[in-house]
Design a protein around this ligand. Structure first.
Ligand code: PMP
Length: 280
């Protein structure tokens, strides 16, 4: 995190970005965000990310400071200004600056800032897979909104790392929802199963890409809730996310999944995903 920032409508060096301690994002987490992937200097699935941002903004009643097309154009300029080839763009918009009081402030204007991160592709994890541990999903009931309130996700990720795992798989009463920063899919008898895109999960852009690729490859996919026991008995398990891409899961709570390596359906999807990056 350094270099040129997008702050409101301008590209500025980081040193010139001054965000107030009275920004509602700081004390209420009153804001929304997006993380875009950049491959080869280009934004991947930019329109889908922008649509999700618009949905998050509308549902928490924050007005986007600029039109989506203009914002997208500014992000392209931000990527160019930072000479980013492989990495991410983080964008957040808060409800703005006002003295601390719960009601929406009448005078505050949204505060937008975005920066880039250099991030190599997760090739080792994509190849060898990760192990995950299960944990109660303690989040609120609007997990479909990408808001700044990520404390449960932060605690979940640390829970995994403390146990030597790569991530957690969260569940509500035994029904699997998603991971701390990715969606999760299982493969049973050649069919993909993943939680429906409702209020209990983030509607992952990579999740949608994978479902689209599965359709193109004529791999059956079902969007329905599945249980922890189905997860443990699955032939293959993988997670999907902007930074995780398609990462195989090789163990859950210490028990090996499938053969303990990436399975054939996962590999087919990974290859198709690879082609979608090359076509960018
Ligand atoms: N679920 C959660 C909780 C996330 O934070 C993310 C990362 N944005 C995802 C799923 C995956 O979504 P995407 O594929 O859009 O990165």
């Amino acid at each position: 995190m350094s270099g040129v920032y997008l702050y409101q409508n301008r590209l500025l060096p980081q040193e010139e970005v001054h965000i107030s301690p009275e920004d509602r994002g700081y004390y209420f987490g009153d804001g929304i965000y997006e993380v875009f992937r950049v491959y080869n200097g280009r934004l991947y699935e930019a329109d889908a990310h922008m649509r999700r941002l618009q949905k998050s903004a509308a549902d928490v009643r924050i007005e986007l400071p600029s039109e989506p097309e203009q914002l997208l154009h500014q992000l392209v300029e931000l990527v160019a200004a930072n000479r980013l080839t492989e990495g991410t763009v983080y964008l957040q918009i808060t409800r703005g600056e006002a003295s601390r009081s719960h009601p929406f402030p009448k005078a505050a204007a949204p505060v937008l800032m975005a920066f880039t991160n250099v991030l190599p592709r997760p090739l080792a994890a994509v190849q060898s897979g990760i192990s995950i541990v299960s944990m109660d999903d303690i989040r609120w009931l609007r997990c479909d909104l990408k808001t700044l309130n990520l404390l449960p996700n932060v605690l979940a990720k640390q829970h995994a790392l403390d146990r030597g795992a790569g991530d957690v798989v969260m569940h509500r009463g035994g029904t699997v929802t998603e991971c701390s920063a990715s969606n999760i899919m299982i493969v049973m008898g050649g069919r993909i199963v993943t939680h429906p895109a409702n209020n209990l999960i983030l509607h992952g852009i990579t999740r949608a890409v994978v479902l689209r690729l599965a359709n193109e490859l004529e791999i059956a996919a079902e969007e329905r809730p599945f249980t922890l026991s189905e997860l443990m008995e699955a032939d293959e398990v993988f997670i999907t996310g902007t930074t995780a891409e398609i990462t195989p899961v090789i163990a859950v709570d210490g028990a090996t999944i499938g053969g303990g390596t990436s399975g054939p359906v996962t590999r087919k999807l990974q290859q198709a995903f690879e082609r979608s990056i090359e076509a960018l």
